[in-house]
Design a protein around this ligand. Structure first.
Ligand SMILES: Cc1cc2nc3c(=O)[nH]c(=O)nc-3n(C[C@H](O)[C@H](O)[C@H](O)COP(=O)(O)O)c2cc1C
Length: 204
């Protein structure tokens, strides 16, 4: 091992660490988005320091964001919560309230970390809104080490494809979903297996 460098970081390193000092990372962060007593998986896009959401019209999340102007990104690693919140409703006691700048906002009670955002529409197409997210407050509640698990990732893939499959019953999507369910069962733990069973029910 080389000598330990106790010098304070120079200005370049310091700026870099500030830029990266956030819970969410560059790219698309597949979080559980909470709005007024509602939860659904959502992809928060972080590019060049700017947070946005591509938000399809017709969901409760879209309705609530347009009405209330806030959104909370919840980080959690339970695949069952992803499936339950994508295809059904979580019970009321799944939520807790944070008051941010005088506004009560709901987040998941079991979130490992969360970021609360102001949310405003900056674009609109026939089927989706483009939402600009401005971070207001964030908290890390549980600092956990998560080994990469293909089973968990496979549930996320299967869930994304299933949101489309239930609308169009495309056999190519069904093939993809079953491929990911097999992976989830092979590589995942008990919660991945439970989530896989829930998705399989939706294919019937
Ligand atoms: C991993 C994952 C990511 C998703 N990302 C988005 C997204 O970025 N934008 C969106 O509009 N829907 C997204 N969805 C679909 C919504 O979660 C889905 O339409 C959900 O039923 C909406 O629930 P709600 O009516 O309670 O808001 C995603 C689904 C999954 C499984």
């Amino acid at each position: 091992m080389g000598p330990i460098n106790n010098h304070p970081p120079d200005e370049t390193t310091r700026k870099e660490s500030i830029m990266h000092d956030s819970i969410l990372l560059e790219g698309i962060n597949e979080v559980i988005g909470t709005t007024h007593m509602n939860a659904a998986p959502m992809g928060v896009i972080l590019r060049g320091g700017r947070y946005t959401l591509a938000l399809f019209k017709g969901s409760h999340t879209a309705e609530n964001i347009i009405r209330d102007g806030w959104f909370v990104a919840n980080l959690i690693h339970d695949p069952v919560i992803y499936v339950e919140s994508a295809f059904g409703d979580l019970p009321d006691d799944a939520f807790t309230t944070e008051t941010i700048d005088g506004t009560p906002m709901h987040r998941l009670a079991t979130a490992e970390a969360w970021v609360a955002f102001r949310a405003e529409v900056i674009g609109e197409s026939g089927e989706a809104y483009s939402i600009l997210l401005t971070p207001l407050q964030e908290e890390v509640i549980v600092r956990s080490i998560r080994p990469v698990n293909r089973g968990f990732n496979a549930i996320i893939e299967a869930a994304v494809h299933t949101t489309r499959y239930i609308m169009n019953h495309d056999p190519k999507l069904e093939w993809l979903i079953r491929h990911h369910l097999a992976l989830a069962r092979k590589c995942g733990g008990e919660r991945e297996k439970e989530a896989a069973g829930m998705i399989e029910e939706l294919l019937k």
